[in-house]
Design a binder for this molecule. Sequence first.
Ligand SMILES: Nc1ncnc2c1ncn2[C@@H]1O[C@H](COP(=O)(O)OP(=O)(O)OP(=O)(O)O)[C@@H](O)[C@H]1O
Ligand SMILES: [Mg+2]
Length: 480
Amino acid sequence: MSDTTAPRRSRRARKSAETVDVAADEPIDSEAGEVSPYELPGPQRRAKTRKAERGYYAPVFQGAPSTTRQSSVLNTALIGPVTGTAGVANGRDMLSHSLITHDPVTAYNSTPRLISSPNSIVCGGVGGGKSSFVKTVYVTRPLVIRYRRAVIFDKKARGGEGEYAELVREWGQGEPIRFTTDGSGSRLNLLDPLIVSQIGDAGTYRLLHAIVRIARDGARIDDWEEEAARSALKRTLATYDGRRAPTLADLLPLLGRVDDYSDLTEHARDRLHQAGLGVRFTLEGLLDEYGGMLDGDTSENVNLTGKLTSFDISQLPTEGPSSHVVRAIGNQWMLGRLRTDPGWQTTCINEEGWDMVDGPAAHLLKSNQKLSRGVGLNNVFVFHKGLDIPLDSPGRTVISEAQSIYVFRQDRKEDADWAVRTFGFDPSTATVLQNLAPGQFVFKYGAVPETHVEHVRSSIEVGLTDTDEGMRGDRRRDDA
Ligand SMILES: Nc1ncnc2c1ncn2[C@@H]1O[C@H](COP(=O)(O)OP(=O)(O)OP(=O)(O)O)[C@@H](O)[C@H]1O
Ligand SMILES: [Mg+2]
Protein backbone atom coordinates (compact mmCIF):
# COMPACT_ATOMS: atom_id res chain seq x y z
CA MET A 1 0.00 0.00 0.00
CA SER A 2 2.66 2.39 1.03
CA ASP A 3 4.64 1.39 -2.05
CA THR A 4 1.88 2.45 -4.40
CA THR A 5 0.86 5.65 -2.68
CA ALA A 6 4.31 7.11 -2.30
CA PRO A 7 4.98 7.84 -6.00
CA ARG A 8 1.49 9.34 -6.38
CA ARG A 9 2.23 11.78 -3.62
CA SER A 10 5.35 12.81 -5.33
CA ARG A 11 3.45 13.32 -8.62
CA ARG A 12 0.98 15.55 -6.80
CA ALA A 13 3.84 17.41 -5.25
CA ARG A 14 5.25 17.95 -8.73
CA LYS A 15 1.87 19.12 -10.02
CA SER A 16 1.57 21.76 -7.34
CA ALA A 17 5.12 22.77 -7.98
CA GLU A 18 4.28 23.30 -11.68
CA THR A 19 1.38 25.61 -10.84
CA VAL A 20 3.71 28.23 -9.50
CA ASP A 21 5.21 29.00 -12.86
CA VAL A 22 3.19 32.21 -13.35
CA ALA A 23 5.15 35.19 -12.20
CA ALA A 24 3.59 36.79 -9.17
CA ASP A 25 6.23 39.32 -8.59
CA GLU A 26 5.08 42.00 -11.03
CA PRO A 27 5.44 45.46 -9.50
CA ILE A 28 2.37 46.92 -7.86
CA ASP A 29 1.76 50.21 -9.56
CA SER A 30 0.52 52.90 -7.27
CA GLU A 31 -0.57 56.32 -8.32
CA ALA A 32 -0.93 59.04 -5.73
CA GLY A 33 -0.87 56.42 -3.01
CA GLU A 34 -3.69 54.35 -4.54
CA VAL A 35 -3.37 50.76 -5.56
CA SER A 36 -4.65 50.13 -9.10
CA PRO A 37 -6.68 46.92 -9.29
CA TYR A 38 -5.52 46.48 -12.91
CA GLU A 39 -2.02 45.93 -11.79
CA LEU A 40 -2.62 43.50 -8.96
CA PRO A 41 -1.60 39.89 -9.57
CA GLY A 42 -4.70 37.76 -9.97
CA PRO A 43 -5.08 34.25 -8.65
CA GLN A 44 -3.72 31.32 -10.60
CA ARG A 45 -6.58 30.46 -12.97
CA ARG A 46 -5.16 27.49 -14.83
CA ALA A 47 -3.22 24.64 -13.33
CA LYS A 48 -0.90 24.19 -16.34
CA THR A 49 -0.21 27.21 -18.43
CA ARG A 50 1.46 25.17 -21.16
CA LYS A 51 -1.62 22.91 -21.50
CA ALA A 52 -3.76 25.98 -21.47
CA GLU A 53 -1.78 27.39 -24.34
CA ARG A 54 -2.43 24.23 -26.30
CA GLY A 55 -6.17 24.66 -25.77
CA TYR A 56 -6.71 22.04 -23.06
CA TYR A 57 -8.89 24.33 -21.07
CA ALA A 58 -11.65 26.80 -21.78
CA PRO A 59 -10.38 30.31 -22.46
CA VAL A 60 -9.67 32.44 -19.45
CA PHE A 61 -12.12 35.31 -19.17
CA GLN A 62 -10.85 38.73 -18.51
CA GLY A 63 -12.12 39.61 -15.01
CA ALA A 64 -14.06 42.84 -14.56
CA PRO A 65 -12.56 44.91 -11.78
CA SER A 66 -15.12 45.85 -9.19
CA THR A 67 -15.58 46.58 -5.52
CA THR A 68 -17.30 44.32 -2.99
CA ARG A 69 -20.10 46.85 -2.65
CA GLN A 70 -20.71 46.98 -6.38
CA SER A 71 -20.62 43.25 -6.90
CA SER A 72 -22.94 42.47 -3.99
CA VAL A 73 -25.84 43.16 -6.36
CA LEU A 74 -24.70 40.22 -8.51
CA ASN A 75 -25.08 37.93 -5.55
CA THR A 76 -28.67 36.79 -5.93
CA ALA A 77 -30.33 36.55 -2.58
CA LEU A 78 -31.90 33.33 -1.48
CA ILE A 79 -35.65 33.81 -1.71
CA GLY A 80 -37.31 32.70 1.49
CA PRO A 81 -40.20 30.31 0.98
CA VAL A 82 -43.53 32.17 0.92
CA THR A 83 -45.37 29.33 2.56
CA GLY A 84 -44.32 26.27 4.48
CA THR A 85 -45.12 22.82 3.17
CA ALA A 86 -48.22 22.27 5.28
CA GLY A 87 -51.63 22.32 3.64
CA VAL A 88 -52.55 21.75 0.01
CA ALA A 89 -50.26 22.35 -2.98
CA ASN A 90 -51.47 25.48 -4.82
CA GLY A 91 -48.80 25.92 -7.46
CA ARG A 92 -45.34 27.43 -7.73
CA ASP A 93 -43.94 30.84 -6.98
CA MET A 94 -43.22 32.53 -10.32
CA LEU A 95 -40.05 34.13 -8.96
CA SER A 96 -38.31 31.32 -7.14
CA HIS A 97 -40.26 28.38 -8.61
CA SER A 98 -40.65 27.09 -5.07
CA LEU A 99 -43.78 25.24 -4.02
CA ILE A 100 -46.67 27.26 -2.66
CA THR A 101 -48.93 25.36 -0.32
CA HIS A 102 -51.88 26.80 1.48
CA ASP A 103 -55.13 25.60 2.90
CA PRO A 104 -57.22 27.86 5.11
CA VAL A 105 -58.19 25.07 7.48
CA THR A 106 -54.57 24.02 8.05
CA ALA A 107 -53.40 27.64 8.33
CA TYR A 108 -56.19 28.50 10.77
CA ASN A 109 -55.41 25.50 12.97
CA SER A 110 -51.62 26.03 12.98
CA THR A 111 -49.80 27.16 16.07
CA PRO A 112 -49.26 30.08 15.95
CA ARG A 113 -52.41 30.76 13.95
CA LEU A 114 -51.44 31.94 10.44
CA ILE A 115 -54.80 33.44 9.51
CA SER A 116 -57.63 34.79 11.64
CA SER A 117 -60.48 33.96 9.24
CA PRO A 118 -60.89 30.70 7.31
CA ASN A 119 -62.79 32.41 4.47
CA SER A 120 -61.22 32.80 1.03
CA ILE A 121 -61.76 35.14 -1.91
CA VAL A 122 -61.09 34.08 -5.49
CA CYS A 123 -61.67 36.85 -8.01
CA GLY A 124 -60.59 37.80 -11.51
CA GLY A 125 -61.81 38.31 -15.05
CA VAL A 126 -63.57 35.83 -17.32
CA GLY A 127 -61.46 32.78 -18.23
CA GLY A 128 -58.62 33.61 -15.84
CA GLY A 129 -58.62 30.11 -14.35
CA LYS A 130 -60.62 30.67 -11.15
CA SER A 131 -62.85 27.61 -11.42
CA SER A 132 -59.95 25.35 -12.47
CA PHE A 133 -58.08 26.50 -9.40
CA VAL A 134 -61.02 26.02 -7.03
CA LYS A 135 -61.93 22.61 -8.48
CA THR A 136 -58.44 21.31 -7.85
CA VAL A 137 -57.06 23.17 -4.84
CA TYR A 138 -60.29 23.60 -2.87
CA VAL A 139 -62.33 20.61 -3.97
CA THR A 140 -60.48 17.50 -5.17
CA ARG A 141 -57.07 17.83 -3.50
CA PRO A 142 -58.37 18.28 0.08
CA LEU A 143 -60.72 15.32 -0.35
CA VAL A 144 -57.90 12.94 0.54
CA ILE A 145 -57.65 14.57 3.96
CA ARG A 146 -59.73 12.87 6.65
CA TYR A 147 -62.91 14.59 7.76
CA ARG A 148 -62.77 17.15 5.00
CA ARG A 149 -65.59 17.73 2.54
CA ALA A 150 -66.78 20.30 0.05
CA VAL A 151 -70.21 21.71 -0.72
CA ILE A 152 -70.61 23.70 -3.93
CA PHE A 153 -73.23 26.17 -5.02
CA ASP A 154 -72.72 25.56 -8.69
CA LYS A 155 -73.94 28.50 -10.76
CA LYS A 156 -72.29 28.12 -14.14
CA ALA A 157 -73.95 25.84 -16.69
CA ARG A 158 -71.90 23.49 -18.80
CA GLY A 159 -73.60 20.99 -21.09
CA GLY A 160 -77.06 21.32 -19.48
CA GLU A 161 -75.92 21.03 -15.87
CA GLY A 162 -73.56 22.70 -13.40
CA GLU A 163 -69.86 22.76 -14.25
CA TYR A 164 -69.04 20.73 -11.10
CA ALA A 165 -71.51 17.92 -11.91
CA GLU A 166 -68.86 15.68 -13.48
CA LEU A 167 -66.57 16.18 -10.50
CA VAL A 168 -69.35 15.32 -8.06
CA ARG A 169 -70.14 12.11 -9.93
CA GLU A 170 -66.52 11.12 -10.09
CA TRP A 171 -65.41 12.01 -6.58
CA GLY A 172 -68.56 12.33 -4.51
CA GLN A 173 -71.39 9.90 -3.91
CA GLY A 174 -74.49 10.40 -5.98
CA GLU A 175 -75.85 13.15 -8.14
CA PRO A 176 -75.81 16.93 -7.75
CA ILE A 177 -78.88 18.37 -6.02
CA ARG A 178 -80.65 20.10 -8.88
CA PHE A 179 -82.93 23.10 -8.59
CA THR A 180 -85.28 24.12 -11.37
CA THR A 181 -88.16 26.57 -11.60
CA ASP A 182 -90.57 24.08 -13.17
CA GLY A 183 -90.90 22.00 -10.01
CA SER A 184 -88.99 18.99 -11.34
CA GLY A 185 -85.99 19.68 -9.11
CA SER A 186 -85.38 19.66 -5.37
CA ARG A 187 -87.04 21.77 -2.71
CA LEU A 188 -85.79 23.76 0.27
CA ASN A 189 -88.07 24.71 3.16
CA LEU A 190 -87.25 28.11 4.63
CA LEU A 191 -88.64 26.93 7.97
CA ASP A 192 -86.85 23.57 7.93
CA PRO A 193 -86.27 22.22 11.47
CA LEU A 194 -82.52 22.05 10.75
CA ILE A 195 -82.57 25.79 10.10
CA VAL A 196 -84.81 26.80 12.99
CA SER A 197 -83.06 24.59 15.54
CA GLN A 198 -79.61 25.81 14.54
CA ILE A 199 -80.14 29.55 14.23
CA GLY A 200 -83.17 29.94 16.50
CA ASP A 201 -86.18 32.21 16.03
CA ALA A 202 -84.05 35.33 15.66
CA GLY A 203 -81.80 33.72 13.06
CA THR A 204 -84.79 32.36 11.15
CA TYR A 205 -86.25 35.84 11.14
CA ARG A 206 -83.00 37.21 9.65
CA LEU A 207 -83.30 34.61 6.90
CA LEU A 208 -86.93 35.51 6.21
CA HIS A 209 -85.96 39.17 6.16
CA ALA A 210 -83.19 38.45 3.61
CA ILE A 211 -85.57 36.42 1.43
CA VAL A 212 -88.13 39.26 1.35
CA ARG A 213 -85.38 41.72 0.39
CA ILE A 214 -84.00 39.39 -2.28
CA ALA A 215 -87.53 39.03 -3.70
CA ARG A 216 -87.76 42.83 -3.82
CA ASP A 217 -84.49 43.15 -5.66
CA GLY A 218 -82.55 44.24 -2.59
CA ALA A 219 -84.94 47.03 -1.48
CA ARG A 220 -84.98 47.62 2.27
CA ILE A 221 -88.08 46.81 4.31
CA ASP A 222 -89.38 49.34 6.82
CA ASP A 223 -89.97 49.01 10.57
CA TRP A 224 -93.68 48.21 10.18
CA GLU A 225 -93.00 45.43 7.70
CA GLU A 226 -90.27 44.07 9.93
CA GLU A 227 -92.63 43.97 12.91
CA ALA A 228 -95.39 42.30 10.87
CA ALA A 229 -92.99 39.65 9.51
CA ARG A 230 -91.44 38.99 12.93
CA SER A 231 -94.76 38.49 14.67
CA ALA A 232 -96.12 36.25 11.89
CA LEU A 233 -93.02 34.07 12.07
CA LYS A 234 -93.21 33.83 15.85
CA ARG A 235 -96.85 32.75 15.64
CA THR A 236 -96.14 30.18 12.93
CA LEU A 237 -93.29 28.57 14.85
CA ALA A 238 -95.40 28.50 18.06
CA THR A 239 -98.45 27.07 16.27
CA TYR A 240 -96.56 24.16 14.70
CA ASP A 241 -94.18 23.52 17.61
CA GLY A 242 -94.23 19.78 18.37
CA ARG A 243 -96.55 19.01 15.45
CA ARG A 244 -94.90 19.15 12.06
CA ALA A 245 -92.37 21.36 10.30
CA PRO A 246 -94.14 24.54 9.17
CA THR A 247 -93.56 25.78 5.63
CA LEU A 248 -93.63 29.14 3.92
CA ALA A 249 -97.25 28.52 2.90
CA ASP A 250 -98.20 28.17 6.59
CA LEU A 251 -96.66 31.55 7.33
CA LEU A 252 -98.47 33.51 4.63
CA PRO A 253 -101.99 33.68 6.16
CA LEU A 254 -100.52 34.96 9.42
CA LEU A 255 -98.90 37.97 7.76
CA GLY A 256 -101.16 40.95 8.37
CA ARG A 257 -102.86 39.48 11.44
CA VAL A 258 -102.96 42.11 14.18
CA ASP A 259 -105.06 40.41 16.93
CA ASP A 260 -102.11 40.60 19.36
CA TYR A 261 -101.87 44.37 19.05
CA SER A 262 -104.99 45.45 20.94
CA ASP A 263 -102.97 48.13 22.74
CA LEU A 264 -102.30 49.99 19.48
CA THR A 265 -104.59 52.66 18.04
CA GLU A 266 -106.90 51.70 15.23
CA HIS A 267 -104.71 53.67 12.82
CA ALA A 268 -101.50 51.92 13.93
CA ARG A 269 -103.16 48.51 13.72
CA ASP A 270 -104.31 49.29 10.23
CA ARG A 271 -100.84 50.38 9.23
CA LEU A 272 -99.34 47.20 10.66
CA HIS A 273 -101.98 45.14 8.89
CA GLN A 274 -101.11 46.74 5.58
CA ALA A 275 -97.39 46.29 6.15
CA GLY A 276 -97.99 42.58 6.83
CA LEU A 277 -100.04 42.29 3.66
CA GLY A 278 -97.20 43.89 1.69
CA VAL A 279 -94.75 41.24 2.90
CA ARG A 280 -97.35 38.55 2.21
CA PHE A 281 -97.82 39.70 -1.38
CA THR A 282 -94.07 39.65 -1.93
CA LEU A 283 -93.76 36.10 -0.61
CA GLU A 284 -96.86 34.96 -2.49
CA GLY A 285 -95.28 36.28 -5.66
CA LEU A 286 -92.16 34.24 -4.87
CA LEU A 287 -94.20 31.08 -4.25
CA ASP A 288 -96.22 31.65 -7.39
CA GLU A 289 -93.09 31.69 -9.45
CA TYR A 290 -90.96 29.16 -7.60
CA GLY A 291 -93.51 27.13 -5.64
CA GLY A 292 -91.97 23.81 -6.64
CA MET A 293 -88.66 24.91 -5.24
CA LEU A 294 -89.79 26.57 -2.01
CA ASP A 295 -93.25 25.33 -1.04
CA GLY A 296 -93.24 22.25 1.18
CA ASP A 297 -90.77 20.20 3.17
CA THR A 298 -87.13 20.03 2.15
CA SER A 299 -86.64 17.19 -0.37
CA GLU A 300 -85.01 14.04 0.91
CA ASN A 301 -82.20 14.17 -1.60
CA VAL A 302 -81.10 17.48 -0.09
CA ASN A 303 -78.43 16.07 2.16
CA LEU A 304 -74.68 16.01 2.55
CA THR A 305 -73.76 12.61 1.19
CA GLY A 306 -70.14 11.64 0.93
CA LYS A 307 -67.36 14.15 0.74
CA LEU A 308 -68.63 16.17 -2.17
CA THR A 309 -72.08 17.70 -2.56
CA SER A 310 -73.27 20.21 -5.07
CA PHE A 311 -76.35 22.40 -5.13
CA ASP A 312 -76.78 22.75 -8.87
CA ILE A 313 -78.37 26.16 -9.44
CA SER A 314 -77.05 26.46 -12.98
CA GLN A 315 -80.49 25.92 -14.55
CA LEU A 316 -82.15 28.72 -12.59
CA PRO A 317 -82.64 31.94 -14.55
CA THR A 318 -79.86 34.51 -14.24
CA GLU A 319 -82.52 37.20 -14.00
CA GLY A 320 -84.71 37.18 -10.92
CA PRO A 321 -84.16 36.08 -7.37
CA SER A 322 -84.40 32.26 -7.61
CA SER A 323 -80.70 31.38 -7.42
CA HIS A 324 -80.10 33.94 -4.65
CA VAL A 325 -82.99 32.50 -2.64
CA VAL A 326 -81.63 28.94 -2.96
CA ARG A 327 -78.17 30.11 -1.93
CA ALA A 328 -79.47 31.97 1.12
CA ILE A 329 -81.74 29.16 2.36
CA GLY A 330 -79.25 26.46 1.33
CA ASN A 331 -76.50 28.11 3.36
CA GLN A 332 -78.65 28.25 6.47
CA TRP A 333 -79.78 24.68 5.97
CA MET A 334 -76.16 23.64 5.68
CA LEU A 335 -75.23 25.36 8.95
CA GLY A 336 -77.92 23.32 10.69
CA ARG A 337 -76.92 20.13 8.93
CA LEU A 338 -73.23 20.53 9.79
CA ARG A 339 -74.06 20.59 13.47
CA THR A 340 -75.24 17.00 13.20
CA ASP A 341 -71.77 15.90 11.97
CA PRO A 342 -69.34 17.32 14.51
CA GLY A 343 -65.64 16.98 13.75
CA TRP A 344 -65.89 17.58 9.99
CA GLN A 345 -64.35 20.54 8.21
CA THR A 346 -66.51 21.75 5.35
CA THR A 347 -65.48 24.06 2.53
CA CYS A 348 -68.42 25.81 0.90
CA ILE A 349 -67.72 27.07 -2.61
CA ASN A 350 -69.89 29.92 -3.81
CA GLU A 351 -69.23 30.00 -7.56
CA GLU A 352 -70.24 33.31 -9.12
CA GLY A 353 -71.09 34.16 -5.54
CA TRP A 354 -71.14 37.89 -5.85
CA ASP A 355 -74.70 38.09 -4.53
CA MET A 356 -73.52 36.42 -1.33
CA VAL A 357 -71.13 39.26 -0.55
CA ASP A 358 -73.08 42.06 -2.16
CA GLY A 359 -76.82 41.39 -1.78
CA PRO A 360 -79.07 41.04 1.28
CA ALA A 361 -77.51 37.63 1.99
CA ALA A 362 -74.33 39.44 3.06
CA HIS A 363 -76.11 40.45 6.29
CA LEU A 364 -76.82 36.79 6.98
CA LEU A 365 -73.30 35.80 6.17
CA LYS A 366 -71.86 38.43 8.46
CA SER A 367 -74.07 37.49 11.36
CA ASN A 368 -73.28 33.79 10.83
CA GLN A 369 -69.50 34.13 10.87
CA LYS A 370 -69.09 32.88 14.42
CA LEU A 371 -71.61 30.12 13.91
CA SER A 372 -69.80 28.99 10.76
CA ARG A 373 -66.50 28.65 12.57
CA GLY A 374 -68.27 26.74 15.34
CA VAL A 375 -69.42 24.06 12.87
CA GLY A 376 -66.12 23.96 10.96
CA LEU A 377 -67.37 25.79 7.87
CA ASN A 378 -65.10 27.87 5.66
CA ASN A 379 -66.46 29.79 2.69
CA VAL A 380 -64.85 30.42 -0.68
CA PHE A 381 -66.37 33.27 -2.68
CA VAL A 382 -65.64 33.20 -6.40
CA PHE A 383 -66.52 36.29 -8.44
CA HIS A 384 -65.26 38.53 -11.23
CA LYS A 385 -64.67 41.96 -9.77
CA GLY A 386 -65.59 43.92 -6.71
CA LEU A 387 -65.62 47.51 -7.86
CA ASP A 388 -69.37 47.93 -7.53
CA ILE A 389 -69.67 46.93 -3.91
CA PRO A 390 -71.30 49.79 -1.95
CA LEU A 391 -69.32 51.37 0.88
CA ASP A 392 -71.93 50.55 3.52
CA SER A 393 -72.51 46.94 2.44
CA PRO A 394 -71.71 44.25 5.02
CA GLY A 395 -70.19 42.41 2.06
CA ARG A 396 -67.27 44.80 2.35
CA THR A 397 -66.59 43.43 5.84
CA VAL A 398 -66.92 39.87 4.59
CA ILE A 399 -64.35 40.58 1.86
CA SER A 400 -61.93 42.51 4.02
CA GLU A 401 -62.07 39.83 6.72
CA ALA A 402 -61.15 37.00 4.33
CA GLN A 403 -57.54 36.03 4.87
CA SER A 404 -56.78 33.84 1.87
CA ILE A 405 -56.87 35.96 -1.28
CA TYR A 406 -56.41 34.80 -4.85
CA VAL A 407 -56.72 37.40 -7.60
CA PHE A 408 -56.58 36.21 -11.21
CA ARG A 409 -56.17 38.46 -14.25
CA GLN A 410 -58.02 41.77 -14.02
CA ASP A 411 -58.07 43.29 -17.49
CA ARG A 412 -59.27 46.73 -16.55
CA LYS A 413 -57.01 49.05 -14.61
CA GLU A 414 -59.81 50.17 -12.28
CA ASP A 415 -60.53 46.55 -11.29
CA ALA A 416 -56.84 45.89 -10.68
CA ASP A 417 -56.66 49.07 -8.58
CA TRP A 418 -59.70 47.93 -6.60
CA ALA A 419 -57.93 44.66 -5.76
CA VAL A 420 -54.76 46.52 -4.76
CA ARG A 421 -56.72 48.85 -2.45
CA THR A 422 -58.99 46.19 -0.98
CA PHE A 423 -56.37 43.58 -0.24
CA GLY A 424 -53.52 45.92 0.61
CA PHE A 425 -51.22 44.82 -2.26
CA ASP A 426 -48.15 46.77 -3.28
CA PRO A 427 -49.16 49.43 -5.89
CA SER A 428 -46.90 47.77 -8.50
CA THR A 429 -49.08 44.63 -8.27
CA ALA A 430 -51.80 46.45 -10.27
CA THR A 431 -49.69 46.02 -13.42
CA VAL A 432 -48.98 42.37 -12.59
CA LEU A 433 -52.73 41.73 -12.22
CA GLN A 434 -53.43 43.12 -15.67
CA ASN A 435 -50.87 40.85 -17.30
CA LEU A 436 -51.52 37.48 -15.71
CA ALA A 437 -51.83 34.47 -18.04
CA PRO A 438 -54.64 31.91 -17.47
CA GLY A 439 -53.83 29.86 -14.39
CA GLN A 440 -51.64 32.57 -12.83
CA PHE A 441 -52.74 34.56 -9.82
CA VAL A 442 -51.60 36.88 -7.07
CA PHE A 443 -51.85 35.16 -3.72
CA LYS A 444 -51.88 36.64 -0.27
CA TYR A 445 -52.60 35.01 3.07
CA GLY A 446 -52.77 36.64 6.48
CA ALA A 447 -50.29 39.46 6.79
CA VAL A 448 -47.74 37.85 4.41
CA PRO A 449 -47.11 40.08 1.35
CA GLU A 450 -48.54 38.89 -1.94
CA THR A 451 -46.81 36.47 -4.31
CA HIS A 452 -47.18 35.84 -8.03
CA VAL A 453 -48.11 32.17 -8.41
CA GLU A 454 -48.66 29.75 -11.25
CA HIS A 455 -51.29 27.10 -10.62
CA VAL A 456 -50.00 23.67 -11.69
CA ARG A 457 -52.45 20.92 -12.64
CA SER A 458 -51.90 17.20 -13.15
CA SER A 459 -53.02 15.67 -16.46
CA ILE A 460 -56.16 14.27 -14.80
CA GLU A 461 -56.93 17.68 -13.35
CA VAL A 462 -56.44 19.36 -16.73
CA GLY A 463 -59.14 17.05 -18.14
CA LEU A 464 -61.49 17.74 -15.24
CA THR A 465 -61.09 21.50 -15.34
CA ASP A 466 -61.07 22.24 -19.05
CA THR A 467 -63.89 24.67 -19.85
CA ASP A 468 -62.86 25.43 -23.42
CA GLU A 469 -64.60 22.55 -25.21
CA GLY A 470 -67.42 24.87 -26.27
CA MET A 471 -64.97 27.26 -27.89
CA ARG A 472 -63.09 24.43 -29.57
CA GLY A 473 -66.33 22.83 -30.83
CA ASP A 474 -65.47 19.41 -29.31
CA ARG A 475 -69.12 18.37 -29.20
CA ARG A 476 -69.59 19.05 -32.89
CA ARG A 477 -66.63 16.87 -33.77
CA ASP A 478 -67.99 14.04 -31.56
CA ASP A 479 -71.32 14.10 -33.36
CA ALA A 480 -69.73 14.04 -36.78
N1 LIG B 1 -53.43 26.37 -14.41
C1 LIG B 1 -53.74 26.61 -15.66
N2 LIG B 1 -52.79 26.59 -16.61
C2 LIG B 1 -53.08 26.85 -17.89
N3 LIG B 1 -54.31 27.13 -18.34
C3 LIG B 1 -55.30 27.16 -17.46
C4 LIG B 1 -55.06 26.91 -16.08
N4 LIG B 1 -56.24 27.00 -15.43
C5 LIG B 1 -57.16 27.30 -16.36
N5 LIG B 1 -56.60 27.39 -17.57
C6 LIG B 1 -57.30 27.67 -18.85
O1 LIG B 1 -58.26 28.68 -18.69
C7 LIG B 1 -59.54 28.20 -19.13
C8 LIG B 1 -60.61 28.85 -18.30
O2 LIG B 1 -60.49 28.39 -16.98
P1 LIG B 1 -61.67 28.56 -15.93
O3 LIG B 1 -62.95 28.09 -16.49
O4 LIG B 1 -61.19 27.94 -14.68
O5 LIG B 1 -61.71 30.16 -15.80
P2 LIG B 1 -62.69 31.05 -14.91
O6 LIG B 1 -61.86 32.15 -14.37
O7 LIG B 1 -63.42 30.21 -13.93
O8 LIG B 1 -63.68 31.63 -16.00
P3 LIG B 1 -65.14 32.23 -15.77
O9 LIG B 1 -64.96 33.58 -15.22
O10 LIG B 1 -65.71 32.25 -17.16
O11 LIG B 1 -65.89 31.31 -14.86
C9 LIG B 1 -59.45 26.67 -18.99
O12 LIG B 1 -60.28 25.96 -19.86
C10 LIG B 1 -58.00 26.42 -19.32
O13 LIG B 1 -57.83 26.29 -20.71
MG1 LIG C 1 -65.47 29.92 -13.58
